[in-house]
Design a protein around this ligand. Structure first.
Ligand code: KG4
Ligand code: ZN
Length: 337
């Protein structure tokens, strides 16, 4: 008998629903929230309201697109955390009600675990990583190096002490006048720029931890200073500034991963999260595979950013493990791996 899992993701500003059949994606639908663009970042109160408007049509359409009847679903998997509490509450309440209504088990999913386990979705990539591996979760809210022992045993061995990597792209991009989220725009402008033209400060943080706030402040000061001499500095130099900034971020990320490989003796590096589609990161890690002796794994584009297919995938793995949740468990803004 095939196993049908519905996944629901609502941790930030994307309302997403997906149906998987035995790890294969039948549907994966996301309603993005355009409303935040004019504010230059996600406004939590507006995000939860938009989730409330979107959740029923998105889930309904995901079931229609999967070409199944809702009574065929074997379980409902949802993001319990981490994320914005108001947003999580909408998805978790809906998932609980649906599991009660259909009388099927409820499965709670950790969003950060899901970013890494997205690689096990059937069509995510050509080759699946084997355990153990070094997981690298890079998104708007997280920058973590994770020792992944198996599907469910994960240990954070390094993380950012201040800003997340995606946040750094977004905030520096805002200083350049780029729309939110600025990460993809910086990536695009970098392609025609000179990545060595400007040098920005790299942090001196011990061990496997990251820090990006110094880079952000240094970047801001440099832009402000240059703009005083020449008002058109940013528009004249946009591509070079983007390329140099991206190159600095990529080098900061890369150096710690090489250290993690050396410290753990593990040579598989598995990426997840919205920033893992960055072309500079992919190029750098692919180019150095033979030099530093590791193999890197990047998810297919649609599984890098927040999506419900990764939630349904973890749901499927937990279903096979009889690992079910209860209605009493509440959404968690901070939710440990
Ligand atoms: O995982 P995600 O969709 O949401 C969070 O959980 O945060 O990640 C969103 C982040 C944003 O900061 C966005 O700017 C960044 O991913 N991002 C990128 C690129 N595409 C998305 N950053 C750099 N280069 C990209 N191509
Ligand atoms: Zn995410």
């Amino acid at each position: 008998m095939p196993t049908y899992i519905l996944g629901i993701e609502s941790s930030c500003d994307d309302t997403s629903a997906s149906v998987l059949c035995d790890g294969k994606v039948l549907s994966n639908l996301t309603a993005n929230q355009e409303i935040h663009k004019s504010f230059g970042g996600v406004v939590p109160e507006l995000a939860s309201r938009a989730h409330q408007q979107n959740i029923i049509p998105v889930v309904n359409q995901a079931i229609i697109n999967a070409n199944i009847d809702k009574n065929q679903l074997n379980a409902i998997a949802y993001t319990r955390g981490p994320g914005l509490l108001g947003s999580l509450l909408v998805g978790s309440s809906f998932a609980k009600s649906l599991s009660m209504g259909l009388n099927v088990p409820l499965i709670e999913v950790n969003h950060m675990q899901a970013h890494l386990l997205a690689h096990f979705i059937e069509d995510c990539g050509d080759e699946k990583p084997t355990f153990p591996f070094i997981g690298v979760t890079i998104s708007g809210g997280h920058t973590q190096i994770v020792l992944v022992k198996n599907y469910f045993e994960m240990e954070i061995i390094g993380e950012t002490l201040d800003d997340a990597i995606g946040e750094t792209f977004d905030k520096c991009g805002k200083m350049l006048g780029l729309p939110y989220p600025a990460g993809p725009h910086i990536d695009k402008h970098s392609k025609n720029g000179d990545s060595k033209k400007y040098k920005f400060t790299k942090p001196k943080v011990g061990g496997l931890n990251y820090s990006f706030s110094g880079l952000k402040t240094g970047f801001m000061r440099y832009i402000q200073k240059e703009k005083m001499n020449n008002e058109s500095f940013v528009s004249n130099e946009l591509e070079n500034l983007c390329a140099s900034l991206q190159n600095t971020i990529v080098e900061i990320l890369f150096d710690k991963i090489v250290l993690a490989i050396k410290q753990t003796g593990i040579s598989r590096v598995v990426f997840g999260g919205g920033v893992s589609c960055n072309s500079g990161i992919i190029q750098k890690f692919k180019h150095n595979e033979n030099i530093e002796n590791y193999k890197s794994y990047f998810p297919k584009f649609e599984y890098t950013t927040d999506n419900a297919a990764m939630i349904a995938m973890v749901g499927f793995l937990k279903f096979n493990n009889d690992d079910f949740s209860t209605l009493e468990k509440s959404a968690q803004a901070r939710f440990k791996l």
